[in-house]
Design a protein around this ligand. Structure first.
Ligand code: 9MR
Length: 482
């Protein structure tokens, strides 16, 4: 049984003594010759990304925009890695520091560089109790729900089509307690445990082509209560058709703490019908002990077809969040460490992956329930030129219900305040509405702007959304502005 390598504060401060574990050895993988377009048959690839690609996987690094002026940092990233996770730049405090006002400059810097190199991009993270701007904690329950969905819509919307996988919810489970205990946070306190499901449903609607992951630390050991809680949640989501495509094992480890059942743990998650990604790997230690631990983690991933990629949480020890533990593959001078050679060897030894390749379109999960319903046609586009216009689009649907996004567009002049009205054709009822204020009830619906999205520049637009009971419908809507 492994002692958790991170403290219960979510790992922000890595302190305390770690008990070294005698880790059971994993079976040594076969050394089948691997074939890849970029590497001649039988030859070993010389970089982490190229080696991982031979078995259809990616090898990524967390990148901080603030270090991109370090040319060796960028050169090492470009040479070795074929995927990236922005380390802090996509978090809520960075992207929506004040309500309804979004800022993407730093994240865009990483995304455009990655795109220019053809790298995969992992989005990190939409809903997390940490790095949350202070305005979020002061909201009422209904306001928090609408702010969460609006945040998901805007951040995922900004990067729509560019992100391979999103960490939709991060670190929601508690470190101690019974199986299934969630960490107490503003989300559990105001929205209850259902906030995770609500976030995943909103995320599927916001970008149906991104894989949607649940991401956490200390879920590396199959027998730990925290791991079992996440396992049960994923199983339940799959059974009920709640959209989820992947589980992210952060895997902040130390040389002695790679659980002996790590591979089995990955395989068990994968058997639920989700991909598994190692999302924030770093292993404290040095020399051969660190190299052995990295090798075992790499082999555990490559042994499971649905383990689709590995991301290390940084490039060089000098910029690591736990720099004192020297947990990465390159030292402070960008020299390759023993751990680097171990990882490269393990990636080169992997057999080609036969599972859905990470380069194919996502949402290929076997369960048809998890795929988004086809988007139905939006309501007819209203004439432009008036004060404002509104279009309703169905973004998701399920038996007995659906979710819609309404785009409110200003005409040739700016609007300051708007009201959208429509009539349901067959008894639909709204169950939850965000980024707007609903008045009245019954078949005639009236929605006015929320306090923060009433002003729309000429020719620009804003959105609000809702979930409703009944069959999906896209009636035409009118928009007026005072
Ligand atoms: O590496 C990140 C560090 O720069 C930030 O200061 C820290 C703040 O919470 O977050 C670090 O990244 C965390 C990641 O987003 C989620 N899992 C734990 C990571 C290490 O704390």
């Amino acid at each position: 049984m492994g002692e958790n390598p991170l403290p219960a504060d979510g790992g922000r401060r890595l302190v305390g003594t770690r008990r070294l574990l005698v880790a059971g050895a994993l079976g040594v993988l076969g050394t089948a010759t691997v074939l890849a377009a970029s590497v001649p048959a039988g030859a070993a690839a010389g970089t982490l990304g190229a080696a991982a690609a031979q078995s259809g996987r990616y090898y990524g690094a967390a990148i901080a925009a603030g270090h991109m002026n370090d040319s060796t940092y960028v050169a090492t990233w470009d040479r070795e890695f074929n995927a990236v996770t922005p380390e802090n730049e996509m978090k809520w405090d960075a992207t929506e520091p004040s309500r309804g006002s979004f800022r993407f400059t730093s994240a865009d810097q990483i995304v455009s560089h990655a795109q220019s190199k053809g790298m995969k991009i992992r989005g990190h993270t939409l809903v997390w109790h940490n790095q949350l701007p202070s305005w979020v904690s002061g909201l009422s329950a209904s306001d928090l729900r609408s702010a969460m969905v609006n945040h998901i819509n805007n951040v995922m919307g900004h990067y729509k089509g560019k992100i391979y996988a999103w960490d939709v919810v991060n670190e929601a489970f508690a470190d101690g307690g019974a199986v299934g205990t969630l960490r107490s946070s503003v989300f559990t306190q105001k929205l209850g445990n259902g906030f995770i499901e609500e976030a995943f449903r909103a995320a599927r609607a916001a970008d149906p082509n991104a894989k949607l992951c649940y991401n956490d630390y200390n879920i590396d050991n199959a027998t730990a209560a925290k791991t079992q809680g996440v396992y049960n949640m994923v199983k339940d989501f799959k059974a009920r058709g709640v959209p989820i495509d992947c589980v992210g094992l952060q895997s902040h480890l130390s040389s002695g703490s790679v659980p002996s059942n790590y591979q089995q743990n990955i395989a068990q998650f994968a058997a639920l019908g989700v991909d598994v990604q190692i999302t924030e790997l770093d292993i404290g230690g040095s020399g051969s002990a660190q190299a052995d631990a990295y090798r075992r983690v790499t082999q555990a991933c490559t042994a499971v077809p649905r383990c689709t990629g590995i991301t290390v949480w940084g490039v060089t020890d000098k910029y690591s969040w736990r720099s004192g533990d020297t947990p990465l593959l390159f030292d402070g001078n960008y020299n390759k460490k023993q751990a680097y050679t171990a990882v490269l060897g393990a990636l080169n030894a992997a057999t080609p992956n036969t599972s859905p390749s990470p380069t194919t379109s996502p949402n290929t999960s076997p369960s048809p329930n998890t795929s988004p319903s086809p988007r139905t046609s939006p309501s007819p586009t209203p004439p432009v030129g008036g004060a404002c216009s509104a279009t309703i689009e169905t973004t998701n649907s399920w038996p007995g219900g659906f979710q819609s996004t309404v785009t409110v567009r200003a005409g040739s002049s700016a609007v300051n305040g708007w009201t959208v009205k429509w009539t349901w054709p067959s008894g639909q009822t709204i169950s939850s509405l965000w980024s707007g204020t609903q008045s009245g009830s019954g078949s005639s619906v009236t929605v006015s702007n929320a306090p923060y999205n009433g002003s729309i520049a000429a020719g620009s637009s804003t959105t609000f959304g809702f979930t409703a009971n009944g069959s999906a419908a896209t009636p035409s809507a009118t928009c007026t502005s005072p």
